[in-house]
Design a protein around this ligand. Structure first.
Ligand code: SDX
Length: 372
C-alpha cells in the first residue's frame, strides 16, 4: 500500500461547492475577488447552498429565515452561565454549544433534505449569537437579542458590543465573512464530510468540524498570529524574532498553505482592510509589524501569508477579543461546512480509507503472570 502523508494531493471527493484552480478560489464558479468586493455574506450563503446567486426575493427570504432563527435557546445561555468561563476557550464553548443545540432541535435526527436544509438555516443563524452570548456572559454581561432586520455581519457586531456598529466596521466584517465562507476540502470541511458520511446528523458534522478548525495549524492560526504580533511589539523586533523562529525550526503563524503555491488569494483583501482599519483606530503599528513580517518571511523562505495572517490585525482593529478570532472563522465557515454536509448526503458513500500498518509483527497472547 502506498501512503501520502497528510493526504497531500489526494482527491477525496467531487464537489460543486468551491474550487481552487491555479491559485484562484471560486465559490460555485464565482471568483472570490468578485464576491469580496460585491457580495453580502447572506448572498454567499445562498450561493454555497444553491450554487447560484439569489434573486432579490430569494435573498430577502434567506435573510428573513436567518434573522428569524438567530435567537438561541435559554438552555444554552444557562449552560454558559453555570460555568466559570475564565479558563474556557471560546472554541471549546462553541463546540459544546452546537452539540447542545442539537438536543433542542426536534428535527435533529430527521434526515430528509428539507429538514436538513432547515437545520442548516438554524445553525448558520445561531452560531453568531452563540459566540457573542459567550463573549458577553464571560464578562458578566447579559446576552443581547439579535435584531430582526439587520445583516448577519451587523447583528454579530451589535450583539457582541451592544452598540450600533459603524458602516466601515460592518463592511469590513461582511467582507471577512465572505472570504472565510468556504475553501474546498480543508481539514474541518473534510472532517464534517467524514462524520456525516456515516449518516450521522448535521449537528454532529458541525460539532466535529469546529473541533478540527480549533487547531493552530488550521483556524486557530489567526489567534496565534495576534499573539505573535503582541510578542514582537515593535517593527524593529521583527527581523530578530523571525530569524529566531527559523533557527528553532518553528512555524511562523499565518504563513504557508497546503494548496496555494504563489499565495492565498484572500490575503490581499484582508491586508487592504487591515491597513484601512489599523489607520482608522490610530494603531498602524499592527499593520506595520505585519507587513514587515511578510517582507522577511517571503524574502527568506518564499512562503506567502495565508487567510489567517492579516485577519488578525483586522479583527483586533474592530475591537474583538483575540480568542474570538477562530470562533468568528467558524461563524463564516459553517456556511461552507453546511453546503458540503448537504452535498455529502445527496450522493453519500461511507468514507473509510486504509492505513499502512507499521506496528509489531504477529504476536502470541501471553498470560499476565508470565509477562516480564
Ligand atoms: C488555514 O487548507 C485550507 O483550506 C485551510 C484554510 C481554510 O480556508 O480552511 O486555508 C485555513 O488553515 C490556513 C493555514 C493556517 N495555519 C497556519 O498559518 C500555521 C502555519 N502554517 C503551517 O504550519 C503550514 O504552512 C500549513 C499547516 C498551513 C500547511 O502545512 P503542510 O502543507 O503540511 O506544509 P509543511 O508543514 O509540510 O511545510 C512544507 C515546508 C516545510 O519546509 P521543509 O521541511 O520542506 O524545508 O514549508 C515550511 C515547512 O517547514 N513551512 C513553513 C511554514 N509553513 C510551511 N516554515 C515556516 N513557517 C511556516 N508557516
Amino acid at each position: 500500500m502506498t501512503t501520502t502523508r497528510g493526504l497531500e494531493g489526494v482527491v477525496a471527493t467531487t464537489s460543486s461547492v468551491s474550487s481552487i484552480i491555479d491559485d484562484t478560489l471560486t465559490y460555485a464558479g464565482y471568483n472570490i475577488d468578485d464576491l469580496a468586493e460585491n457580495a453580502s455574506f447572506e448572498e454567499v450563503v445562498y450561493l454555497l447552498w444553491h450554487r447560484k446567486l439569489p434573486t432579490k426575493d430569494q435573498l430577502a427570504e434567506i435573510k428573513k429565515e436567518l434573522a428569524e432563527n438567530a435567537e438561541i435557546p435559554q438552555e444554552v445561555v444557562d449552560h454558559f452561565k453555570s460555568y466559570d468561563l475564565k479558563s474556557v476557550h471560546p472554541m471549546a464553548a462553541l463546540r459544546t454549544a452546537v452539540s447542545l443545540l442539537g438536543l433542542f432541535d426536534s428535527e435533529a435526527d430527521v434526515m430528509d433534505p428539507e429538514a436538513n436544509y432547515r437545520k442548516a438555516i438554524r445553525l448558520q443563524a445561531k452560531l453568531p449569537t452563540i459566540v457573542s452570548a459567550f463573549a458577553r456572559i464571560r464578562k458578566g454581561l447579559e446576552p443581547i437579542k439579535p435584531k430582526s432586520d439587520a445583516s448577519l455581519a451587523a447583528n454579530f457586531l451589535y450583539t457582541l458590543t451592544g452598540e450600533e456598529p459603524s458602516s466601515v466596521a460592518v463592511e469590513a466584517f461582511n467582507k471577512a465573512l465572505v472570504l472565510h465562507a468556504d475553501h474546498e476540502l480543508n481539514a474541518s470541511t473534510f472532517t464534517a464530510r467524514v462524520c456525516v458520511a456515516t449518516l450521522s446528523d448535521v449537528y454532529s458534522g458541525v460539532t466535529a468540524a469546529i473541533g478540527a478548525l480549533k487547531g493552530p495549524l488550521h483556524g486557530g492560526a489567526n489567534e496565534a498570529v495576534m499573539k505573535m504580533l503582541k510578542e514582537i511589539g515593535d517593527v524593529d523586533n521583527v527581523e530578530s524574532y523571525v530569524h529566531e523562529k527559523f533557527a528553532r525550526k518553528e512555524k511562523i503563524m499565518g504563513f504557508g498553505h497546503r494548496v496555494y503555491r504563489q499565495g492565498d488569494p484572500r490575503a490581499k483583501h484582508l491586508k487592504e482592510m487591515s491597513e484601512k482599519l489599523t489607520n482608522l483606530t490610530g494603531e498602524p503599528k499592527w499593520f506595520e509589524i505585519s507587513t514587515k513580517i511578510e517582507e522577511v518571511v517571503t524574502s527568506e523562505k518564499s512562503i506567502p501569508p495565508n487567510v489567517d495572517f492579516y485577519s488578525a490585525s483586522m479583527y483586533h482593529s474592530l475591537g474583538i477579543d483575540h480568542d474570538l478570532f477562530t470562533p468568528i472563522f467558524a461563524v463564516s465557515r459553517v456556511s461552507g461546512w453546511l453546503a458540503h454536509i448537504l452535498e455529502q448526503y445527496e450522493n453519500n458513500r461511507l468514507i473509510r480509507p486504509r492505513a499502512d500498518y507499521t506496528g509489531p509483527d504477529m504476536q502470541k497472547y501471553v498470560p499476565i503472570e508470565q509477562r516480564g
